[in-house]
Ligand binder design. Structure first.
Ligand SMILES: *[C@@H]1O[C@H](CO)[C@@H](O)[C@H](O)[C@H]1NC(C)=O
Ligand SMILES: *[C@@H]1O[C@H](CO)[C@@H](O)[C@H](O)[C@H]1NC(C)=O
Ligand SMILES: *[C@@H]1O[C@H](CO)[C@@H](O)[C@H](O)[C@H]1NC(C)=O
Ligand SMILES: *[C@@H]1O[C@H](CO)[C@@H](O)[C@H](O)[C@H]1NC(C)=O
Ligand SMILES: *[C@@H]1O[C@H](CO)[C@@H](O)[C@H](O)[C@H]1NC(C)=O
Length: 779
């Protein structure tokens, strides 16, 4: 989910031949994911292998439709065993109907298309502080394996050098899959595995032979996104890294000692759920500790969401699944990948800026930001005629392909509105038409959001209020002029972190009882590794070559947390994924580097934009207390959400009676590290229980501190927790008592902290959100 230009993903296409494209059928064929009953008392026991069992369903369906003269086995795309029990196959509608009626078939779901949603960020997060930073406490993540589902990897990038890396741990069963420009020698002790999954994408995107392309049919990255995210999570240190001189420093991932395994599931037209599920299925068996998914779609119910289903099984096997929240902010309810067993990551800003001012002919300066062109570029700093071309129906205000004529822009500085096409693409359009500089102008949609790019010509990005000033200046004079002034890289002078405007917001559409996103992490202007055959913009016309480039998106935030999760796994190999996530959440910061509340634009951020707050790795390694969750607790939680027996079975493979469970677990609350209460009807009291495990020192005393949300009283019992031993668990209850007069639809927010008696040692924080609704839910 990068908010950088998608163009590099879409410009290329691939050429691939497959048997079923030749069959001539009355019905169109599409990919479906068929989920089967996982219990042993099924017909599976009659077959020599799971694969034979899966094929038997196709044999019975496909033969009936085609008089047996088609090779039914060619319809099978994937046979799944670990992420779900079942398979993906290419089927016609009547075949799907037949399958749905068969014994042992739970669901048949159409394939779904999802999208892909540093030199400096590790310093911002203080990972490298001697003795107290997270690295020194976790041996840089040594011994852990981060699996990344993305667009592949550029293995020759210096970020994947295995200098000083030990051999992979014994449990590792992955492979280095051969393919186009990729073979076993592409992997090493850093990049220990690489595979690709293309069948679902291929079925949905019949290749055009005329577009034979640079998309590698192999784990090799054609777009750059996967190289960027995987190096952010586990990249090796590279000194003197920069993007054309910008942001120079040592680049390295969050867990530079961790091993990296790449699962290429995203191709030029997106990432298909059948391919994603196949990758998760294999990754679980390969032995990864962390799965990082910088991809997603819109929120859909968990029982329909293959990522949610696959990650449930992964989490049950001890794997932390970390996902991007999506780039659909600031719209409410836009947060995706929001299952409670997943860590959902929003994006924040760094305090690193790349100022590039516009000096207008009237002498006034407008603040902008740019990565072009490094430190000096005298030609761009010349006074130029500036034009903003509106009117007509070509989209010239957006600088769309073919919308600018040479006569209008040659030798000039061109103003382009953001939106419609990619930011870097606009630069290419201006340059092709003879323009020599560009001002990218934010609109009401982006306001002051500042994702920079390494543009192909001198350019700067200005906020909305600056854009209004520039346009009115242009309008006010016959010969408007301007020049750009590039100031290089500036660190530490701005308030950070703050919420990235594009970062998707809660509350969760599917499950408002759990606060989402869980945390925010750096996701704006992140510098990380890049394929060595691409220019820094990823555009085909960009002939410059770099080892690093800048990208923005929750895609970039997600692997920061994946790397931190690897550090925690390394320091605490016996912790469950829920414990790892709890450590990340309860130690996250609600304040910025100035000690003030984290901001979202011009206002303090609410919990629906930052969740528990901004990740603080050195604290997350040593959180004091953790909130643990067992897989069964998630199924009970799904019961309390009102999910049906079959929906719960689809997600968890557990056949349970919610009635019974809810009777037995009266007053159940999922032991989540954040707290959310929803009032509906005339209820005025909610009792929420939590259990904490001591992972700090023996004989620790914690006292509770509460900042109650408006409109409620909060009572916590007991108010002190005394732990005699390490690993001891203690429970407490939170009584949320609503005052009269709260309006339906309103939300208030506060927090609860368990503070260690030494005060400075541990502060275990949970945000509290309280909402009033008139929707009826049975919780
Ligand atoms: C493997 O790939 C590398 C780089 O693409 C190439 O130099 C090498 O010859 C290949 N080796 C084999 C055995 O194909
Ligand atoms: C430009 O000026 C004209 C006339 O003064 C006015 O009608 C128009 O709204 C102005 N446009 C902008 C973008 O300021
Ligand atoms: C990229 O890294 C390689 C080493 O893998 C190095 O030889 C090359 O000079 C680097 N390129 C740039 C532009 O820094
Ligand atoms: C679940 O259990 C019930 C009662 O034991 C049974 O009737 C039902 O068929 C089972 N469902 C599945 C999907 O196994
Ligand atoms: C809430 O209370 C009002 C007045 O006491 C009553 O009329 C209404 O039916 C109650 N609603 C529910 C959902 O219990």
């Amino acid at each position: 989910m990068a908010s950088t230009p998608k163009s590099s993903l879409f410009l290329s296409t691939l050429f691939f031949f497959c048997v079923f494209m030749n069959t001539h059928l009355a019905f169109s064929l599409n990919t479906y994911i068929v989920q089967l009953h996982p219990q042993t008392k099924t017909s599976a026991s009659y077959y020599p292998s799971k694969l034979d069992w899966h094929l038997s369903f196709l044999e019975r369906t496909v033969s009936l439709q085609e008089n047996g003269n088609s090779r039914f086995s060619s319809r099978l795309l994937y046979s799944y065993r670990s992420a779900i029990e079942g398979f993906a196959a290419v089927l016609s509608e009547p075949e799907v109907q037949l399958l749905r009626r068969m014994h042992d078939v739970i669901t048949v779901r159409p394939d779904r298309r999802l999208e892909v949603h540093t030199t400096y960020s590790y310093k911002f997060l203080e990972l490298d502080v001697q003795g107290v930073g997270a690295w020194s406490k976790s041996a840089f993540g040594r011994g852990t394996i981060i699996g990344i589902l993305d667009t592949g990897v550029w293995p020759e990038s210096p970020s994947f050098s295995d200098h000083g890396m030990p051999a992979p741990p014994k449990k590792w069963k992955g492979v280095c899959q051969e393919g186009q420009n990729f073979n076993a020698s592409s992997c090493n002790k850093k990049l220990i595995g690489a595979r690709f999954f293309i069948k679902g994408h291929h079925v949905a995107n019949a290749p055009l032979e005329s577009d034979v392309s640079p998309e590698y049919v192999s784990p090799r990255d054609s777009s750059g996104h996967g190289t960027h995210t995987s190096s952010t999570a586990g990249g090796s240190p590279v000194s003197m890294a920069s993007v054309l001189g910008n942001g120079a420093g040592t680049a390295q991932g969050m867990a530079p000692g961790a091993h990296v395994a790449i699962y290429k599931v995203c191709w030029f037209n997106g990432c298909y759920s059948s391919d994603i599920l196949a990758a998760m299925d294999v990754a679980i068996r390969d032995g990864v500790d962390v799965l990082s998914l910088s991809l997603g779609g819109f929120p859909i119910p968990f029982y329909d969401d293959t990522v949610a289903i696959g990650s449930f099984r992964a989490a049950a096997k001890g794997i932390s699944v970390i996902c991007a929240a999506g780039n659909n902010g600031p719209i409410k309810n836009s947060v995706a990948n929001e299952a409670p067993w997943v860590t959902t990551v929003g994006a924040s800003t760094l305090d690193r800026r790349f100022p590039a001012f516009v000096r207008m002919g009237n002498g006034r300066y407008l603040y902008g930001e740019s990565m072009f062109p490094g430190n000096h570029f005298p030609r761009a700093e010349r006074e130029l005629e500036v034009v903003y071309i509106t009117g007509g129906d070509m989209g010239s205000e957006f600088c769309l392909e073919g919308s600018l004529s040479r006569a209008q822009v040659s030798g000039k500085m061109v103003v382009c509105d953001r939106g419609v096409n990619g930011r870097a693409e606009k630069g290419e359009v201006v340059k092709k038409a003879g323009g020599v500089a560009m001002v990218l102008a934010n609109t009401e949609i982006n306001l002051e959001e500042d994702s920079v790019d390494a543009h192909v010509l001198p350019a700067t990005l200005i906020g909305y209020s600056e854009a209004v000033q520039l346009k009115s200046y242009i309008n006010s004079t016959k010969h408007p002029t301007a020049k750009l002034r590039f100031m290089g890289t500036v660190i530490g002078r701005s308030r950070a972190p703050s919420v990235a405007r594009f970062s998707s917001r809660g509350p969760s559409l599917n499950n408002p009882l759990i606060l989402k996103p869980d945390v925010i992490a750096p996701g704006v202007n992140i510098i990380a590794a890049w394929p060595q055959n691409l220019g820094p913009t990823g555009l085909l016309g960009d002939s410059r070559r770099v080892n690093f480039t800048v990208m923005s998106g929750t895609s970039m935030a997600c692997p920061h947390v994946s790397g931190i999760a690897a550090l925690i796994h390394s320091a605490h190999p016996d912790w469950s994924p829920a414990a790892v996530k709890s450590a990340i959440m309860t130690t996250a910061d609600a304040t910025d580097h100035y000690g003030k509340p984290i901001r979202d634009g011009n206002v303090p951020a609410d919990h629906f934009s930052i969740g528990s707050g901004h990740i603080n790795p050195s604290k997350a390694i040593d959180p004091g207390l953790i909130y643990d969750i067992k897989p069964d607790d998630y199924t009970t939680h799904l019961c309390s959400l009102g999910y049906t027996r079959s929906e719960i079975f689809t997600i968890s493979h557990r056949n349970i009676s919610c009635k019974e469970i809810l009777r037995k677990t009266r007053g159940f609350s999922l032991n989540y590290p954040s707290i959310s209460a929803i009032f509906n009807g005339n209820k005025t009291v909610k009792v929420i229980s939590r259990t904490v495990t001591n992972v700090g020192a023996p004989n620790s005393i914690y006292s509770v501190e509460v900042r109650a949300p408006e409109q409620v009283r909060i009572i916590v019992k007991p108010r002190k927790l005394l732990f005699r031993r390490v690993h001891q668990t203690l429970s407490y209850k939170v009584y949320v008592i609503a005052k009269k007069g709260a309006k339906s639809g309103s939300t208030t927010q506060g927090e609860l902290r368990w503070v260690h008696s030494s005060k400075t040692r541990y502060k275990v924080r949970s945000p509290i959100t309280v909402s009033w609704t008139n929707k009826q839910r049975n919780n």
